[in-house]
Design a protein around this ligand. Structure first.
Ligand code: SF4
Ligand code: SF4
Ligand code: SF4
Length: 245
C-alpha cells in the first residue's frame, strides 16, 4: 500500500511547490512510491484521505487557521515545506508594521475589502512533524526528507550554522570583503548555496537552535560584530518572532 500524500499551500509564492514539480526524474521515482491524493498546482484529481501533508506557505489570514487545523486532523504526518511554512518567511516582514498599513501598501484604496493578520509559521497553530527549510527549498534535501518520511523516519535538520558548510567549500568569507552575512546564525543544509556563488547568506533556512550559544562568534568577533548586530540587519527572514500587533 503506497502512502497517501497531499500538497497544500497557504500564503506564499508557490516557489517551493515548483521545486517539487521540478524534481523531474526524482519526482517520477517518488510518484511511483506514493499515492498523490491532491495537489492543486499539479493535478485536477482531489481526494481527502491523505496520510502525509506537505504544506507550503505561512498563515496570514484568520480564515486559514481552521483549514490548517483540518489538514492537521487528517494527516498523520505534517511537513512544513519552505521558509514561509517553517518560519513565516518573507511574509513575516509585514509583522513590523500595523496590519492596516500592510493592507494599504498591498491593496491601496481596496484595503477595506481584505483582512490580514501577522504572518506566522504553521507551528504557531498546529504541531509540525518535519520541515524542509529554505526559500526556496533545496531539491536534494526535499528528496531526502520525503524518502525519510516514506521509511517512517523523522528527518533531522542540521543544528550547526551555514559557516560550517561554507568553510568546507573553502569559500572566501564575505566578511573579509567588507560585507556582513547571516551564515554564523543560520541553520546549515543548503551546502552554503549563496556564499558558494559569491553572495551573502540572507538566513532563509532560519536560525540555528540557540544562535547566541551556537553562532560562529569568532567570525563575528574578528569583524567587531555580534549576533544581535546580524539579526538586526537581516529582517527578511528573521521577522516572525517580532510581531507589530
Ligand atoms: S519559502 Fe520562498 S520560494 Fe517557498 S513559497 Fe515561500 S516565498 Fe516562495
Ligand atoms: S560568514 Fe558567511 S561567508 Fe563567512 S564563512 Fe560564514 S557563511 Fe561563509
Ligand atoms: S546560504 Fe543562506 S540564504 Fe542562501 S540558501 Fe543557504 S541559508 Fe538560504
Amino acid at each position: 500500500m503506497r502512502p497517501k500524500v497531499a500538497v497544500f499551500d497557504f500564503g506564499c509564492c508557490e516557489g517551493c511547490q515548483l521545486q517539487l514539480v521540478n524534481l523531474e526524474e526524482a519526482l517520477l521515482d517518488l510518484v511511483g512510491l506514493v499515492d498523490v491524493r491532491q495537489w492543486r498546482e499539479a493535478m485536477s484529481e482531489h481526494a481527502d484521505d491523505y496520510e502525509i501533508a506537505l504544506v507550503e506557505g505561512s498563515i496570514t489570514r484568520e480564515s486559514e487557521i481552521p483549514r490548517l487545523e483540518a489538514i492537521r486532523r487528517q494527516a498523520k504526518v505534517l511537513v512544513a515545506l519552505g521558509a514561509c511554512a517553517h518560519t513565516g518567511g518573507i511574509n513575516a516582514m509585514k509583522n513590523h508594521m500595523p496590519m492596516e498599513q500592510a493592507l494599504e501598501i498591498v491593496y491601496g484604496d481596496k484595503a477595506r475589502w481584505f483582512d490580514t493578520i501577522p504572518a506566522r509559521p504553521l507551528s504557531a497553530y498546529v504541531p509540525v512533524d518535519a520541515a524542509v527549510p529554505g526559500c526556496p527549498v533545496d531539491r536534494q534535501e526535499l528528496v531526502e526528507v520525503v524518502k525519510a518520511l516514506l521509511m517512517g523516519v523523522t528527518p533531522a535538520l542540521p543544528t550547526y550554522p551555514v559557516c560550517v558548510e561554507c568553510k568546507m567549500a573553502e569559500n572566501v568569507c564575505v566578511f573579509d570583503l567588507g560585507l556582513t552575512c547571516m551564515g554564523p546564525v543560520t541553520r546549515a543544509g543548503c551546502r552554503a548555496r549563496c556564499p558558494s556563488n559569491g553572495n551573502r547568506c540572507l538566513g532563509c533556512r532560519g536560525l540555528v537552535p540557540e544562535p547566541n550559544a551556537n553562532a560562529h562568534k569568532e567570525i563575528l568577533a574578528e569583524h567587531g560584530r555580534t549576533v544581535e548586530d546580524i539579526l538586526a540587519e537581516y529582517r527578511m527572514f528573521v521577522s516572525s518572532a517580532e510581531v507589530a500587533q
